[in-house]
Design a protein around this ligand. Sequence first.
Ligand SMILES: [Zn+2]
Ligand SMILES: [Zn+2]
Length: 360
Amino acid sequence: MAASKDYYQVLGVSETATVDEIKKAFRRLAKQYHPDRNPTNAQAAERFKEINEAHDVLSDADKRKRYDQLRRYGAYAGAGRGGGAGAQGSGGAEFDLSDLGSFGGLGDLFSSIFGRRGAEGGGRADDEDEIETTVTIPFRVAALGGKVPVTLPMAEVCPTCSGSGAAPGATLSTCPECRGRGVISFGQGGFAVNRPCPVCRGRGRVPSERCHTCGGSGEVRVEKRLVITVPAGTEDGTKLRLRGQGTKGKGDVVVVLQVEPDRFFRREGLDIVCTVPVNLAQALLGSKIKVKTLDGRRVVLKIPPGTQPGQKFRIAGQGIEKNGRRGDQYVEVHVDIPEHLTPEQEVALKAFAERSGMRY
Ligand SMILES: [Zn+2]
Ligand SMILES: [Zn+2]
């Protein structure tokens, strides 16, 4: 498969941009989309990859020259521009052709610029518009289920031109590059391969003035707000697929759920475990303590006399409910030992120790 993006568009520079302009644009965009600044944004990561790829080719005089040559033939347009499955299929044929060496220099170009993408092979046709993103959810939402809002940057059809790329009132004329066919044939003999025309983006017609909102691409990047429903008992790393919520209402959004640890609760399967501190007297004499449950209530737990440090008590049915099964809550007792004693306490404790036959 050929690269699906126009590298000049990716960097937002003109075809005649100088090396300096390219480097400047690259630095600005790379900073903006750097994964360190967008840790949970899958689309930014994808953009960052594109930006690097575009810079890699356009900043190298030799690669750029060969890319420009290929770009003239529309090969860069790949399957990304409305080509659909047909274009994807021809992408495979393209590589077979370059292997035959029928394009001479172009064969090298494919392997040097597009080799990595080509090597990934087919099967990505349906993933073109898929967006994957990671969302961190609170422990309680993961355990009990709930709704979480997510904001994703994605491409939508330009509202000004409805995707046509033409400014309001602009006249359309036949594309001079493809003569209105919308595709450019590329290849020899019986192996003519059609690619979407890069000048008219496969539309066959070009406007007298390009849309100012989208710059003629017919799409705009927007922040789309989605609300995801997290099922009860969600585990860390669970993937949710939101069908048809992706770019331009096609494609899916895949949300990877990352569960935030809780300060009080932790999970063991469907059971919830927490640690509760008690004092020495409570452990020795027994007590009633209040324990927080997952649903925010407090229940009274009876601690028997002689409770040992680390001893666990079960509160039945207060765990996670999933598929008709319900876990329990386990309370682990932590006995606080006083770090300092007053002289009076020391005397009392020594008396207690002597009477109990404890040596120290
Ligand atoms: Zn537009
Ligand atoms: Zn055209």
